[in-house]
Design a protein around this ligand. Structure first.
Ligand code: 6PG
Length: 479
């Protein structure tokens, strides 16, 4: 029997997705550059379903039913292009190449356009859930042509996670690179989500002196309420873990320098291109960057003075921190979703935020109880212009504001850096403020560069003749 899908690249993610397809009843052709990996997979898990062992790209392609579906699971960047190059001469019009890695959506757009001229479908698919998700049911974000989804979507939906209502955590996102774009933003939110958890941990530890084991209990408790999410759950697990070698909390023996593979950075780069204010995500990427500057930090510890202000922590401090964490988390989701709205306009993608929030409900790293409410907010007839404007969320965040302000003020006094708690609050205040100092910015731009400004009381652009008699003239064009 021909295979319904071929997988090339059998490192953990590729192997687990291949097994997931096979466990769901599909015949899966396996290919890897070194045959040893294919054989190891077959030896360990060959009895889980129907696999076809192939040694070459030719054999892989020959083993597939038409239209052929080939899933590439190799490292993002150059390796994806080389696999595509070796596949293309072997494929026929209507066949589908799928890239399930964390590829940059710009590359996906380029590849999709190039392959479309050859009559091939190229589908960039965002896959979230880590190794376990890939095996047991990830959250899946496919882009590419709608036509390709007809041939591929049912299979992806079958292997995806299922939400509590049984809906698959997979839906066609939109054309070309939309799937990888949405996965990228998912990761940006993931960065912010992890950073706000880190800020809460730091405040509870160095502010309130609560040790990791006791914090594990606090996070376990938090996971029962509005913060319920995978990341809060695993925070409790990590904080409760004792290092076998030293007997210390594991978190105390891990070097405090956070790595990053690129998706968070790409989110921010793309947000800058779109002019989208994703300050929470940006601050979380920068926080990882600062943590990695270990040489500078070593000097900073010696030469920079804190002059912290002693503060009496109120008895509700832990609850205040929880609320600040929740409010900041809402802001990071709001910013990520707003960025999707901007991207939809820029790249002509009809992004349905309710469907996207819905497929993030299970399987992915940012899965959270909150996503059910986000889904509802965007499924309403009247879509909110910003998540925070949906009544359920403006009320929830309003309830957290007093605690949020107290926590940020306390953190500043204690000298505990809370870049996402504080920048999220600034974003919130920026959104609700009647007049922003941008008016002054415009005045300054007009003075030094004749960049012109708009008036609150008249249409058109204006320029004050700053170096002349300071009279105002109506400007023709804006610079
Ligand atoms: C997921 C994860 C996954 C991975 C990223 C993040 O959704 O399953 O986001 O894609 O963990 O590679 O990695 P960095 O933190 O290294 O950027």
């Amino acid at each position: 029997m021909p295979a319904q899908i071929g997988v090339t690249g059998l490192a953990v993610m590729g192997a687990n997705l291949a097994r997931n397809f096979a466990r769901n009843g599909y015949t899966v052709a396996l290919h890897n550059r070194s045959i040893a990996k294919t054989d190891a997979l077959l030896a360990a898990h060959g009895d889980e379903g129907d696999f076809i062992r192939t040694e070459t790209m030719e054999e892989l392609v020959a083993s597939l039913e038409v239209p052929r579906r080939v899933l590439i699971m190799v490292k993002a960047g150059g390796p994806v292009d080389s696999v595509i190059d070796s596949l293309v001469p072997l494929l026929e019009e209507g066949d589908i190449i799928i890239d399930g890695g964390n590829s940059n959506f710009v590359d996906t757009r380029r590849r999709e356009a190039a392959l479309a001229t050859k009559g091939l479908h190229f589908v960039g698919v965002g896959v979230s859930g880590g190794e376990e998700g890939a095996l047991l049911g990830p959250s899946i974000m496919p882009g590419g042509s709608k036509q390709s989804y007809d041939a591929l979507g049912p299979m992806l939906e079958k292997i995806s996670a299922k939400a509590i209502d049984g809906a698959p955590c997979c839906a066609w996102i939109s054309t070309d690179g939309a799937g990888h774009f949405v996965k990228m933003v998912h990761n940006g939110i993931e960065y912010a989500d992890m950073q706000v958890i880190g800020e809460a941990y730091d405040l509870l530890r160095s502010g309130a002196g609560i040790d990791p084991a006791a914090q594990a209990e606090i996070f376990t408790e938090w996971n029962k309420g509005e913060l319920a999410s995978f990341l809060i759950e695993i925070t409790a697990e990590v904080l409760a873990h004792t290092d076998a070698k030293t007997g210390k909390p594991l978190v105390d023996v891990i070097v405090d320098s956070a790595g990053q593979k690129g998706t968070g950075r790409w989110t921010v780069q793309s947000a800058l291109d779109l002019g989208s204010p994703t300050s929470a995500i940006a601050e979380s990427v920068f926080a990882r960057g600062l943590s990695s500057q270990r040489d500078q930090r070593a000097i900073g510890q010696e030469v920079l003075i804190g002059n912290e202000i002693a503060v009496e922590l109120g008895e509700n401090f832990v609850e205040d921190v929880r609320q600040a964490l929740f409010a900041s988390k809402l802001v990071s989701y709001a910013q990520g979703l707003d960025m999707l709205t901007s991207a939809g306009k820029e790249y002509n993608w009809d992004l349905k935020l309710d469907e996207i929030a819905s497929l993030w409900r299970e399987g992915c790293i940012i899965r959270a109880a909150l996503l059910a409410d986000i889904t509802k907010a965007y499924a309403a007839d009247e879509k909110p212009a910003n998540l925070l404007f949906a009544p359920a969320f403006s009320e929830a965040i309003a309830a957290a504001v007093p605690a949020w302000r107290r926590v940020v003020a306390t953190a500043v006094q204690l000298g505990v850096p809370v870049p996402v708690f504080s920048s999220s609050l600034a974003y919130y205040d920026g959104l609700r403020r009647k007049r922003l100092p941008a008016a002054l910015t415009q005045g300054l731009r007009d003075l030094f560069g004749a960049h012109t400004y708009n008036r609150v009381d008249a249409a058109g652009s204006f320029h004050t003749q700053w170096s002349g008699d300071k009279t105002e003239i109506e400007a023709e064009d804006t610079h």
